[in-house]
Design a protein around this ligand. Sequence first.
Ligand code: PA5
Ligand code: NI
Length: 187
Amino acid sequence: PLSPLTITFGPGNATLEPQGQVLTRRMSDLEGLFVDGHAWRQAVVDGDPVVYTVVSSPVPEVPRELPQSITTIYPGDTGGEFWMTKGHQHPDPQGEIYLGLEGRGGLLLFDGERAEWLDMGPGTIGYIPPGWAHRSVNVGDEPYRFLAVYPGSAGHDYGWVLAHGMGLRARRGDATVELVPFGAPAS
Ligand code: PA5
Ligand code: NI
């Protein structure tokens, strides 16, 4: 285990200092996640943009530790579906806390039967109960950024979301976000 330490939000809340691992997810890392596969492929060909980054604190992902990370999702949509994280389930079902830092986002939760949507913004705490898969979405025009705090033993199961979906999808509507059934075709 680490010794007690303070961790500082960096400029624009984009970083944690001291910093651990930095993960960058490009469009090509999100195969099979957007309902419009043609739009996804075109976006990969057209420059393969960075969709989100995850900056972790130095606290390790091991049992009994409480790691944290800041995710930044860039604004955009692919075939009308807002840019989002891959989404995952914790193989060891444990709760997790998100704190909105910047921008406008949403937290999509799915337990295999029920889907829930939580609006997220600066100062919002989103609680993810054990057993709910979770995906974050940027529904605004600026980067959406949040802090996550989770048990070090929770783990990340990405296959669960590929197998079960997330219940809903978040599409760009006329004025606001439009939530549609997961299997609905792109319009
Ligand atoms: O712990 C979390 O739930 C977050 O830090 C996510 O891992 C992060 O937002 C990236 O999402 P994903 O792991 O689904 O790619
Ligand atoms: Ni998680």
